[in-house]
Design a protein around this ligand. Structure first.
Ligand code: DP6
Length: 402
């Protein structure tokens, strides 16, 4: 008997121009366009196996080993329904000899190789991997942008994880959402020198989710209207140009300004939303000081911070600067012995010793205790979803999690 099964992995993306606000909450249509960098799946990824079989009685999904309910009318159900619809339209209606996979129930098993507790958004890579594995299962002859229309309905930011490199989510204008999709601004190979250092900041309290936070901002923030109408459109043009020209100065300036403005509109929400904490703000202070030194020396910006809906910092920088950045970050935010996985061999197996660059004003932040930053992840710009072989499948012979 033929087994209809496919496995795919998809990357995490971190926005430089932030998506914050929906004009349609059901279709997930944003109030502004956004732009992100796709991170390398060698370090952070979601992997998903999907199988269609006439013996399955209902659609089921397991996430990190635990079964997740697929709620009627929910985001997961929408993505699965839309993928089945595409299978029918693109394959079964055109070639009636093809098996009617769209009429079979599916079993889906997904796994993130990074702990949810790290506070890294997994919904973007998760929905992108889900849609990618179903696209392979259904052998859909469609583009990544078309698939992004579907992953967008799982989680807005997930549409940008359908591409590698530098990716724009064009907000579109059609009420149906047909033009609200992701496009590649430049592939990974265009600017592979962009690396990222993720500072995982401890966070005990339960924060406001992106979904509910952004809707409150849409309903109450006057500043958001200014951002949507007067700020983002120009920034999108400017940062795309900076990426195409590999102009790190402009890229860094816009990335930091947009992170700041996103957190400003969060604060402008009623009641206000705080995503950054004292540790986040201290990381901003040391990055600002690091840039001040190089700007005064005439060599321009060396790093850019950005923060999503939580306290973690993502620092983008050319590869050559990452060693120095790790050194001053661990000076202020000491790490447990061996907590930093030196995947790019910056320290050549030697010990990582904290130090600040010459001329650095050490008083810009206080020194925190071990654990304030509970981990550092060094990664870089990466490629888009990958089709994986059967040896990496997450479902066993019977179509249940291994
Ligand atoms: C701050 O994509 O998680 O990370 O569409 O409601 O699922 P939903 O929201 P989500 O929001 C991400 C917000 C952000 C900025 C960004 O990634 O652009």
């Amino acid at each position: 008997m033929t087994v209809y099964q496919a496995t795919a992995s998809a990357p995490v993306n971190i926005a430089c121009i932030k998506y914050w606000g929906k004009r349609d909450t059901k279709l997930i249509l944003p109030t502004n366009s956004s732009l992100s960098v796709t991170l390398d799946q060698d370090h952070l990824r979601s992997t998903t196996t999907s199988r269609a079989d006439p013996s399955f009685t209902r659609d089921r999904l397991w996430l990190n080993g635990k079964e997740d309910e697929i709620k009627d009318g929910g985001r997961l159900a929408t993505c699965i329904r839309e993928m089945k619809r595409l299978r029918k339209e693109e394959v079964e209606d055109k070639n009636t000899d093809e098996p009617k996979l769209s009429t079979y129930s599916v079993h889906i098993c997904s796994y993130n190789n990074f702990p949810t507790a790290a506070g890294l958004a997994s919904s973007a890579s998760g929905f992108a991997a889900l849609v990618s594995s179903l696209a392979h299962l259904y052998q859909l002859p469609v583009s990544a942008s078309t698939l992004s229309l579907i992953s967008r309905q799982g989680s807005g930011s997930a549409c940008r994880s359908l591409f590698g490199g530098f990716v724009a989510w064009q907000m579109g204008s059609d009420p149906s959402g047909s033009d609200s999709l992701a496009v590649e601004v430049a592939p990974q190979s265009h600017w592979p020198d962009i690396h990222a250092l993720i500072c995982v900041v401890s966070d005990d309290k339960k924060g406001t989710s992106s979904t509910s936070g952004m809707q409150r901002t849409v309903e109450t923030s006057a500043l958001l209207q200014h951002r949507i109408n007067n700020v983002v459109p120009q920034r999108m043009k400017d940062i795309e140009k900076a990426i195409l020209e590999k102009d790190f100065d402009t890229f860094a300036r816009i990335t930091m300004a947009d992170s700041n403005q996103f957190h400003a509109v969060a604060l402008d929400t009623e009641p206000p939303i705080f995503y950054m904490n004292d540790v986040s703000r201290a990381i901003i202070a040391v990055i600002v000081e690091y840039n001040r030194l190089s700007i005064e020396a005439g060599t321009g910006y060396k790093a850019a911070y950005t923060y999503d809906a939580g306290p973690n910092a993502v620092i983008y920088a050319p590869k050559a600067n990452i060693k120095e950045i790790v050194e001053f970050i661990v000076t202020y935010f000491p790490q447990e012995e061996n907590s930093f996985k030196d995947v790019f061999s910056l320290f050549g197996g030697g010990r990582l010793v904290g130090k600040v660059p010459a001329g650095f004003n050490e008083n810009v932040a206080k020194r925190f205790d071990v654990g304030a930053v509970k981990g550092l992840i060094h990664t870089r710009v990466g490629d888009g979803p990958r089709k994986l072989g059967d040896e990496e499948a997450l479902l066993n012979a019977d179509g249940f999690p291994k």
